[in-house]
Design a protein around this ligand. Structure first.
Ligand code: NAD
Length: 362
């Protein structure tokens, strides 16, 4: 069995397996990189088909966090944790505390946060055992990240619109938002204020009703939204929505949304480019939530967070320009920028946050 040399594992710094028979905890914590700082990333509680799938997920997600943090200009590395359990039936306070002790054992190399299957209350429980957790309800906590994620997406859209020389702002443009949950809702609010024509779809009618009532949006069928004629298509639902079936059906000039892992395969980046659609790479445009939660480490200040999130406009512009210059898809251009940031910092001595600094946040 190959371990260090296996394809997925070869560029990770550390992968730690923790098991606690008493509480039923089985967790894998992946630290992909600490080149830029301690590895921050959420903890996902999920029932995987098998343990190999859980490992694959944590490797993929932790690597993604390195890239997201680097392009967001944060002094943070990339990490992620998975807990192999059903969040509805197997989550107990003892299990979460056990996870907290596992995080504490890594002495700040990994800082945890909320992800799928976890809540703010769960982070509070984890924080009873470790200082290395952000996104709880404690004083100095950063609150719901989706507002800042949406704000970042809105900024990134402006960069795409300017890149194509469509306009200097978003007013009167037609934006189709796929998924109006947490991020989609706040995005509609920003688009509404900017004077856009907004089209939306969601599989839950109560979500579309809310944005219809508050922002006067037009509601479409969830199966149709990606096909509609619009300026910007904003995927804000699940991943892999851009694939060999949907890309030929798109009727937009720009794809810019919050969903993670929007491209089903690398070839889909080429497909979008072939259709002359400007694509804002997901991990670049959706970094607002990470910037928001990371701000807790320096003492949360909403004004400063908004300024940093607004820089997503500049970063998306840089990525699109580099892609155009090199005639490569924007997500490849983004990856190149990350690699150059990491290459400059590799090999320097890294100081992890002192536990006392983290504890002061409690
Ligand atoms: P959410 O679950 O609150 O919202 C997703 C919405 O998409 C839901 O309302 C759901 O009903 C809808 N949906 C699901 N399948 C759909 C389909 N086929 N067609 C139309 N709508 C569909 O999640 P969220 O927090 O708003 O996040 C949205 C996306 O952005 C996710 O991919 C998430 O990983 C990503 N993201 C979120 C944040 C954040 O701060 N919340 C940060 C970065 C990335």
């Amino acid at each position: 069995m190959e371990l260090f040399s296996s394809i997925e594992m070869k560029d990770h710094e550390q992968i730690t397996f923790f098991q606690d028979k008493l509480t039923g905890l089985k967790t894998i914590i992946g630290v992909h990189s600490t080149v830029l700082g301690p590895a921050l990333g959420g903890c996902r509680m999920w029932t995987y088909e098998n343990e190999a799938e859980a490992l694959k997920d944590v490797l993929r997600l932790s690597r993604g966090m390195t890239y997201k943090a680097a392009l967001a200009g944060l002094n943070l590395g990339g990490g992620k944790a998975v807990i192999l359990a059903n969040s509805q039936t197997e989550k107990t306070s003892e299990l979460l505390k056990s996870f907290g002790r596992a995080v504490e054992a890594l002495s700040g190399r990994y800082i945890t946060a909320e992800d799928v299957g976890m809540s703010v209350e769960d982070i509070d429980t984890i924080r009873s055992q470790t200082a290395y957790a952000v996104g709880g309800s404690n004083e100095g906590g950063s609150g719901d990240p989706s507002v800042m994620t949406a704000y970042g997406v809105f900024q990134g859209m402006k960069a795409c619109v300017k890149h194509l020389n469509l306009k200097n702002d978003l007013s009167e443009l037609t934006v189709a938002v796929q998924g109006v949950g947490h991020v989609g809702y706040h995005l509609c609010s920003y688009l509404h204020a900017a004077g856009c024509n907004i089209l939306v779809a969601d599989i839950y009618p109560e979500n579309t009703k809310r944005v219809q009532k508050e922002f006067g949006v037009k509601v479409l069928d969830a199966k149709e939204i990606h096909r509609v004629h619009c300026d910007i298509f904003a995927p804000c639902a699940l991943g892999s929505g851009l694939n060999s079936t949907t890309i030929p059906e798109l009727n937009c000039k720009i794809v810019a949304g919050s969903a993670n892992n929007q491209l089903a395969t690398e070839a889909d980046g080429q497909r979008l480019m072939g259709r002359n659609i400007a694509y804002a790479p997901d991990y670049v445009i959706n970094a607002g939530g990470l910037i928001n939660v990371a701000a807790e480490l320096d003492g949360y200040d909403q004004g400063k967070v908004m300024k940093k999130v607004a820089q997503i406009e500049e970063t998306v512009a840089k990525v699109l320009n580099l892609g155009q210059k090199k005639n490569i898809p924007p997500q490849e251009a983004a990856d190149e920028l990350v690699e150059s940031i990491l290459a400059q910092k590799r090999g320097r001595y890294l100081e992890f946050p002192h536990p006392q600094k983290m504890k002061n946040l409690k």
